[in-house]
Design a protein around this ligand. Structure first.
Ligand code: HEC
Ligand code: HEC
Length: 262
């Protein structure tokens, strides 16, 4: 083998390794807070086997600007967007090569053995069980955060708690609070909390509050009881009337005939 060929191969080899590692580092810092590779869905879908599902070009377009791809009428992008509660994934302004490296990493983990996949699952931070009442106060700002960060209702509402409309209602987002507050993937939230990190207790309290808000929202039973009970009573009433009415009618008619024949 010529020396130049050897050097070329060697450089190729080294660059492949670096790209693969960059892909892992990039994935871990930019994507892992919302995506597992084989560990089930987090904020976003599990990316295991995504390379087989979409072309490289599609993956790059989606990552760079999923909103534009959805707006262009792309069916697959629209479907996954709908499936995830129409929460847009933010745009990642990075070179194609970086995105390619990320998906090369995703591909290699997709086909890796189970033990490797397991390692990739992010366990939710071991949070103490939160206090929903404290969480509500933190949410609406009647108690401030230890580092003085903005109250969540500056941008979000949550169930019966009104709030800003800059961001979505958090009633069903309780499970995501830990991951979101630790990674701050949204620019608006990053700006608000980057230097004002919440404590684990505060995160746990907010989580408890939002989980409770979601349960409260799904409890229309007392209201349902009334119309259903009413309907049953109404039917019973109608049956009773029919029976009474029938008897009466029979009696009168029979009696009339009987009387006539006499
Ligand atoms: C803050 C959370 C979040 C982060 C961070 C994030 N994503 Fe997403 N991602 C989502 C959500 C939510 C969806 C579901 C699609 C939608 O709602 O638009 C999604 C969907 C996707 C899809 C489409 C999956 C499919 O099954 O079609 C790809 C590909 C993807 N993300 C790649 C990435 C990459 C690459 C990164 C890192 C550079 C990343 N995402 C970072 C939330 C996130
Ligand atoms: C400066 C505005 C702002 C503040 C303050 C803010 N957020 Fe957000 N948040 C956003 C934006 C923007 C998004 C992106 C999604 C959207 O558009 O709703 C978001 C998204 C989220 C999500 C992801 C939603 C989901 O369904 O996955 C969670 C969870 C969340 N915020 C929790 C909080 C909590 C808890 C607080 C208070 C500690 C808070 N946010 C304060 C702007 C804000």
């Amino acid at each position: 083998m010529k020396l130049s060929t050897f050097l070329f191969m060697f450089l190729l080899f080294v660059s492949t390794i670096t790209t693969a590692q960059d892909g892992k580092a990039l994935f871990d810092t930019k994507c892992k807070s919302c995506h597992n590779i084989g560990g089930g869905k987090l904020v976003g879908p599990d990316l295991k086997g995504i390379n087989a599902k979409h072309s490289q070009e599609w993956l790059i377009n989606f990552t760079k600007n999923s909103t534009a791809l959805i707006a262009s009428g792309d069916k697959a992008a629209k479907a996954i967007f709908d499936e995830f509660g129409k929460m847009p994934m933010m745009a990642f302004d990075m070179p194609d090569a970086d995105i390619t490296a990320i998906f090369t990493h995703v591909k290699s983990l997709s086909s890796a053995n189970t033990t490797e996949k397991k390692k990739n699952i992010i366990a939710p931070p071991p949070a103490p069980t939160g206090n929903a009442e404290n969480g509500a106060k933190l949410f609406d700002g009647s108690v401030s955060f230890n580092t003085g960060g903005a109250a969540c209702n500056a941008c979000h509402s949550a169930g019966a708690f009104p709030g800003g409309t800059l961001a979505k209602d958090l009633t069903k987002s309780g499970a995501a609070v830990g991951a979101i507050m630790n990674s701050l993937p949204f620019p608006a939230m990053k700006a608000a909390y980057q230097d004002k990190k919440l404590s684990n207790t505060e995160i746990a309290d907010l989580t408890a509050f939002l989980k409770k808000a979601a349960v409260d929202k799904e409890e229309p039973m007392p209201c349902l009881g009334f119309p259903i009970g009413g309907a049953i009573l109404f039917i019973l009433f109608m049956i009773a009337i029919t029976i009474i009415w029938r008897k009466r009618k029979k009696e009168t008619v029979n009696k009339a005939i009987y009387d006539r024949q006499k």
